[in-house]
Design a binder for this molecule. Structure first.
Ligand code: ASP
Length: 330
């Protein structure tokens, strides 16, 4: 918890700080070496990775889905949907922190085998943006729907509206309004964006990412999470990656795509995540911003890396889940 608070302090600087004072650019440190190549046999029954502590419940649901014959796509969509419904999480779905004007706006995307992808962004009043993203993927020729268009699309597909602002998130927003300092804090106490990656017993890969984005963001702001290639990228022949942290830094470096491309070029997921973090650290001052990457390849290797300490993830292999602290570079 303490480390998490430190982490949050580091997140305290807003996107507005990006690009200022290049002298603050930090050098990349050394991270633990890559894990030994995994035995693919071990992963036959499914392999899942999800960001943060809430990754545990996401993976549990993902595992249930797979046990019932579900695919990797079923696992990541229904796994992350559990986190969207948790009113105590202030950075995803119900109870997510609103924007500056008090509106909860949600971003999500999903990517399945064969390069299929769908997403929604800046969507209001719908509890499960990740399921709407799947509908976009499965039923339209498009990849991303935004704002009222996304909401109308959801309603046309049987989703119902719900007030996503809870008493707690409303109270916190009202408290914030007293100073209204534009210092978006990305998350609170280990409830950050949920990004989830899965490989099912057929070896297929899928990923999903869902968030309410930066707390008290400017109205209309959309981060990396619904952007294919930024918050999430899956190439079924290579691997998958998802991101968490300050979306602007991820978008400027197209982080998840970069990680998967580095795996394609021969890096392990661990090496690829480290290199993507280093790319951010090379390009911008990072003293006040955090980004974490989480990746897997088709052989069952996992990797993760963050700029600062504090990022962790849940890993499930053959039904057994553990929380893992990600290495960091600063
Ligand atoms: N990446 C998300 C965003 O920038 C925030 C987060 O990970 O909490 O919207």
């Amino acid at each position: 918890m303490t480390r998490r608070r430190t982490f949050l302090r580091q997140l305290g600087a807003s996107a507005l700080l990006l690009g200022l004072d290049p002298t603050r650019l930090l050098k990349a440190g050394t991270a633990p070496s890559s894990p030994a190549p995994a035995n693919p046999e071990r992963f036959k029954e499914g392999h899942m990775l999800s960001t943060w502590n809430h990754g545990i419940v996401a993976n549990e649901e993902g595992w249930r889905q797979m046990q019932n014959g579900g695919s990797a796509t079923d696992a990541v969509v229904e796994g992350t949907a559990v986190v969207e419904s948790d009113p105590t999480g202030t950075s995803v779905g119900l109870g997510g922190s609103p924007d500056r004007e008090g509106f909860v706006t949600l971003d999500a995307c999903v990517m399945g085998p064969n390069g299929d992808a769908g997403g929604v962004c800046f969507m209001e009043d719908i509890e499960h943006p990740v399921r709407v993203a799947r509908k976009v993927m499965d039923t339209t020729p498009h990849v991303l729907l935004a704002g009222t268009g996304a909401r109308d699309f959801a309603l046309a597909h049987g989703f119902t509206t719900r007030d996503l602002l809870t008493e707690n998130s409303k109270r916190a927003w009202e408290e914030w309004r007293k100073s209204a300092a534009y210092k978006p804090i990305i998350n609170v106490e280990n409830h950050d964006t949920i990004g989830m990656l899965a490989q099912d017993r057929d070896g297929r890969l899928a990923g999903a990412c869902t968030t309410s984005g930066l707390a008290y963001k400017l109205r209309g702001r959309v981060g990396d999470s619904p952007i294919i290639g930024a918050g999430l990228f899956v190439d079924d022949e290579i691997g998958a990656c998802t991101a968490t942290g300050l979306g602007e830094a991820v978008m400027k470096t197209l982080g998840s795509f970069l990680v998967v491309e580095l795996i394609r070029q021969g890096r392990t997921p661990q090496q690829a995540c480290e290199e993507a973090v280093d790319r951010i650290m090379h390009k911008m001052p990072v003293a006040d911003l955090q980004v974490g990457y989480l990746a897997m390849d088709t052989a069952g290797n996992a990797g993760s890396c963050a700029i600062h300490s504090g990022f962790n993830y849940a890993r499930t292999i053959a039904g057994h889940t553990e929380l893992v602290d990600a290495p960091h570079r600063n």
